[in-house]
Design a protein around this ligand. Structure first.
Ligand SMILES: Cc1ncc(COP(=O)(O)O)c(C=O)c1O
Length: 326
């Protein structure tokens, strides 16, 4: 197992001028993750190395800083960030909210594990709409109700709305993508080879942002989406599955389908098996959606059509949160 050099170019920050020096100095170091080379042609960007443990830390930081830059949010002004999420974005937002002096309210669907809810609270998030959710409301309805009632509740809300927020994609177009490019090009022997990016679609921001950055930089790039078997995001067909974070039931505006050349479909059994073997080989335990990425990279690496390609994917987060305790 070998690590490529970390990217050395500074990551662009939307709103450096809008942050005080204290806020800037307390900004978490979450924009330098390793690119793990698992064989001569396969690379995984270890996004579980971010503060908060996932690639969504970048998305959260960019969306909050963009809102500050545009004047929609003012640090330490008593505003409340509100969003519907059960997972990694919630943790990222909690980190940003604490750093910049906002309250954070999250509508977390009842299908998310009690462990995840507890972790979000430990990071400082306030979970809202529990009764509404228990009575069958969707998280989107909880958000809607709170935004409508803001005045009566005495709140000044800012809705992050990750599925429609361009800064979600910008985070990966301007930060994760350029890091991968710098890390790949540090290996001169890879020059001129076709590049394949493999990834899932939740908000679609990471695949769209990184895919766009790679396509603008390298001559020959193929972007391959990975979805749970039985789902078809382009047709908006979704089934219940355990690869949390991808195929989340909507085709969001933040997903640019024109960048994706084709999709592979992964069964849960294949994702778990790839995840287990990879964990034992590399000593890093990735989450279930990352298991689907690993499976897809392995399919492509053994396909003669890709014998010359450099194949890159993401480890989004760690696997512990998805282990069934029973
Ligand atoms: C574990 C996990 N995998 C994959 C994704 C998909 O990432 P994106 O929203 O950038 O499409 C997410 C998004 O929350 C996630 O939490």
């Amino acid at each position: 197992m070998s690590y490529l050099a970390h990217a050395t170019t500074p990551s662009p920050l939307f709103s450096a001028q809008a942050l005080s020096s204290t806020e800037e100095s307390t900004r978490p170091r979450c924009c330098r993750t390793p690119l793990l080379r698992t064989d001569p042609r396969c690379f995984f960007k270890l996004e579980n190395f971010n503060s908060g443990g996932s690639h969504k830390a970048r998305a959260a930081r960019w969306m909050v800083e963009q809102a500050i830059a545009s004047g929609s949010l003012t640090p330490h002004s008593g505003q409340t960030i509100i969003e519907k999420t059960g997972g990694n974005l919630g943790v990222g937002l909690a980190i940003e909210a604490r750093r910049l002096g906002f309250d954070l309210e999250l509508a977390v669907g009842m299908s998310f594990s009690p462990l995840k809810r507890r972790v979000l609270q430990l990071y400082g998030a306030h979970l809202i709409g529990i009764e509404m959710l228990q009575e069958g409301a969707q998280p989107a309805e909880v958000i809607h109700w709170h935004l409508e009632q803001a005045e009566q509740l005495g709140k000044r809300y800012y809705f992050i709305d990750q599925f429609n927020n361009p800064a979600n994609v910008e985070a990966h177009y301007r930060e994760t993508g350029p890091e991968i490019i710098a890390q790949l090009t540090a290996n001169s022997e890879l020059g001129g080879r076709p590049v394949v990016l493999v990834g899932g679609v939740g908000s679609g921001a990471s695949l769209s942002g990184i895919g766009r950055a790679l396509k603008e930089t390298f001559k020959q790039v193929e972007v391959i989406g990975v979805q749970p078997a039985g789902c078809d995001i382009l047709q908006e067909i979704f089934i219940d599955h355990n690869l949390q974070g991808i195929a989340v039931g909507v085709k969001p505006a933040s997903f640019d389908e024109s960048l994706v050349d084709r999709f592979l479909h992964c069964t849960e059994a294949d994702a778990y098996s790839a995840q287990r073997t990879w964990t034992r080989r590399h000593g890093i335990f990735p989450g279930n959606s990352s298991g689907a990425n690993i499976w897809a990279v392995e399919q492509l690496a053994s396909d003669p059509a890709y014998h010359d390609a450099v194949i890159v994917s993401l480890i989004y987060d760690n696997g512990e949160a998805y282990v069934d305790p029973h």
